[in-house]
Write a protein of this length. Structure first.
Length: 169
C-alpha cells in the first residue's frame, strides 16, 4: 500500500475490468490471426510442392540434354551418384494426401495401366515415360491434354488455394 500527499491510501495494480478487457482484445486478435497463419502454412507447403516439381522437371531436362534426346526409363536413375538429384523430393498436397516421394511410371512400374496416370488421385508423382507406343490408344479424360514422353506432374485432382487442380501444374 502506498499513499498520496493528502493521506489517502490506494493499491497499485490493475482492476479486474482492465484485465478482462486485455484478455478480450488478445482473444479477438488470436481469432483473426490463427486462421491467417494456417492459410499461410498451407500456401508455403503449396509453394514447396511447386518448387519440388520444378526441380524434378529441371533435372529431367538436364538428363534429356546429356543423353542427347533420350528420357530415362526409370526416373529414379536421376539420383544415381547425385548428378541430377541427390534424392527424390516429396510431393506435398496439404490437407488432401500424405507427403509422398513415390513416382508412378505409366509404362513399366504402373500397375494401374496407361490411362490411370490421367486419373490417379494419390498425391504421388507421375512420370510419363512412354514414348507413345504403349499408351497411344488411351485417350485422356475430357478437359485433360494427352501427355507426352517426359511429362511429369502431381497425381492429385484436388485444388490449391487459388482453385487450380494440382494435376495441372
Amino acid at each position: 500500500m502506498s499513499g498520496d500527499r493528502y493521506g489517502r491510501s490506494y493499491r497499485t495494480g490493475f482492476t479486474l475490468i482492465e484485465l478482462m478487457i486485455v484478455v478480450a482484445i488478445i482473444g479477438i486478435l488470436a481469432a483473426i490471426a490463427i486462421p491467417k497463419f494456417a492459410d499461410l502454412v498451407r500456401k508455403s507447403q503449396e509453394g514447396q510442392a511447386k518448387g519440388n516439381l520444378g526441380s524434378l522437371r529441371s533435372a529431367l531436362s538436364i538428363y534429356y540434354a546429356d543423353m542427347e534426346g533420350n528420357y530415362p526409363g526409370d526416373f529414379n536413375s536421376l539420383t544415381i551418384n547425385g548428378k541430377y538429384l541427390s534424392a527424390i523430393p516429396k510431393s506435398k498436397t496439404p490437407n488432401f494426401h500424405p507427403d509422398s516421394a513415390v513416382i508412378r511410371h505409366n509404362q513399366y512400374t504402373n500397375p494401374f495401366g496407361c490411362g490411370s496416370g490421367y486419373s490417379l488421385d494419390t498425391g504421388d508423382w507421375i512420370y510419363w515415360s512412354d514414348g507413345g507406343e504403349l499408351c497411344a490408344v488411351v485417350a485422356p479424360p475430357a478437359g485433360q491434354n494427352r501427355h507426352n514422353q517426359g511429362d511429369f506432374w502431381i497425381a492429385c485432382n484436388h485444388t490449391d488455394t487459388k482453385g487450380s487442380a494440382w494435376s495441372s501444374y
